[in-house]
Every structure is written in structure tokens, then in C-alpha cells.
Design a binder for this molecule. Sequence first.
Ligand code: SAM
Length: 342
Amino acid sequence: MDESTQPQHRRRPRYPGKNPRLFEHKYKELDPARHPETVAKVLASGKTPAGSHVPIMVGEVLDVLQPRPGEFSVDCTLGHGGHALAILPRIAPDGHLLGLDVDPLELPRTEQILLQAGFRPEQLTMMKSNFAGLPAAMAKLGRTGADVIIADLGVSSKQLDNPDRGFSTKADGPLDMRMNPSRGLSAAQWLEKVSPDKLARVLSENSDEPHAPRISSALSGRSFTTTAEFAAAIESALSSFPSEERELSIRRVFQAIRIEVNEEFTALDTLLRVLPQSLNPGGRVAILTFHSGEDRRVKKSFQAAHREGLYREISRRVLRAGSEERHANPRSTSAKLRWAIR
Ligand SMILES: C[S@@+](CC[C@H](N)C(=O)[O-])C[C@H]1O[C@@H](n2cnc3c(N)ncnc32)[C@H](O)[C@@H]1O
């Protein structure tokens, strides 16, 4: 081999101090091609490799949605394309999938994944859009109703595990938390402006945080730049509590503020309102939720629309991931699946 074409030998990076501090140094799983043994070890231990997204309850979602050849499907939360990849072969060769996502950073990557998987542009449209605008998004394709709709709520592991996005409690990054970083206030900006009362309300309503008043009086109106700084401030506000309790509160506070800066409940309420008329007669919708604030909304909306005759049938009980999936992908543990048929 000519020397100029030989792969260059790269030295293992030297970290200042004993342990790597940067996320990309810490998690070898981020580069699976170079560290397959690490990925295998992480999977075998029942964890999800950092930076990868494993779609949740795919079998159950397909069972309730029953996508058929030729059908028009909408994935309201395209994410990493996990559910779309399962639906597309079932609606082929003449079906079409419209994938929506608000995230302008992940969307082009997902587009690459789906096109590389062999799906043609005639089979697939990807749009940067909030699912609250579902009827308008479908109208752009000349459609008024879908046969299959899926929404897998919240953020993907890709977003959560990327410290640059500011969702992470595990690794340090700017305190942002926006799914679309070019819209609205970052978490840091929002925290600087929020009153103690409003923060307490957000923490209790969005995450059932039991220490909401104590945390909000310690944190509201303060300036935080990074996720680690913010997590440390929550910790110190709860210094008299055991460490496991502090950990849980940190996670709940991050979740509550993420829901707020992304206006997740407003978007979900709008989607639930427009869903029945966005389905063709006989059309099926499945929604995966990850905490009680979301599940309550879906359950109540499906029940009300069923009573009004807008849905022919709805799930009587919530479906959960099986024990095998829960072991293989702990992120599925909190997932709840509900469905409705127009
Ligand atoms: C849990 S992930 C979906 C993962 C996907 N089902 C998969 O298997 O790869 C949720 C995705 O929905 C997007 N999202 C959240 N709220 C949204 C909204 N209101 N409108 C459009 N996309 C949204 C997020 O940016 C994220 O990419």
C-alpha cells in the first residue's frame, strides 16, 4: 500500500487527570465501529449504549396499528426513524409515510438513515414540523386523513445523551433543553425569568416533584450556564435529603423544565384534539407516553372522543413493554401504549 493511502495511526487521546471528563471520551459506545466490544458489553448489562436510540414496543405498536400495503401513515415523532423503519415495509410498495419532527439537527441524519435503508422518496416525506400542526402538514401532501398514526412522545436517546443539547444530567453541557434550538427560550434563559411561584407550579404539575417549593425558592431567577451547575444547585437545595432522593429530584426537575421550554403539553393537547378528524374511517392511532402527565391526557382525550362517537374503539387498558424488552432497554420501563380506532 502506498504510504499516502495508509490509514493514519491515531494515538489514544490523553486526558488531563485520572478520568476522561468529556462525554465523547467517556462513552466509547458513541463510536460503535471502533468499539464493538464496549457496545456488546453495555447491551449485555441491560443498558442502552449512550447516543443510540432503540425504538420502544415496536411489536406492540405494529399489532395495534396493523399497517397494510398502500396505506398512508404518519409518524408524528420521527426521531431516529425506529418506528418508521418498522412501518415502511408493511405499507410498501405503494404506501406513503409522512414523518414529522421539530428537531432540525437530528432530522437530516434520520433522512440519511431511511434513504440508506433503501426507501425511495415516493414512499417517504420528512418534514420539520410540530405535530400540533398535523392537519396542515398532511395538507401539504394533499391529504386530509391517515390510515395509521404513531406518536412516541418526549425526546429520543440521541437528544438526551448528547450533552451539547443540554438535556443531560449525566454529562456537562450548555443548559438548553430545546428540541428546536432556534425557537423559544433555552432552559437557562427561562430559569432566569421565572418567578418562584411559577417554577414551583411547573415542577409539581409537570413532574409531581415533592420538593417543588424548596427547589423553586432556591433556584428561580438565578443564572445557570451548564447542566452540571444546575444539577449541583438542585443537589445543594436538597442537601438534607438522602442521595437517591436528590438524584430522583434532579431527574424530575430536568424533565419538568424540558416539558415547559418545549411546550410539550400544549402540543400534545392540540394533537389529541385534531386526531379524530386526521384519521380516515377505520384509521388507527397509537401513542407511547413516558410519564403520568402525558398518559393522563391521552387516556382522558381517547375516552371523551369515544363517548362522543369520534372513535369506534379505544384501548381499555394500557399496554406495557414485556420483561425481556424492559431488561434489554431500561428506557422502555416507563412506556405506556394506548390506541384508538376511528
Ligand atoms: C422518543 S423520540 C421518537 C423516537 C422514534 N419513534 C424512533 O423510534 O426513532 C421523540 C421525537 O419526537 C420529537 N418531538 C417531540 N415533540 C414533538 C412535537 N411536538 N412535534 C414534532 N416532533 C416532536 C423529538 O424531537 C424526538 O425526535
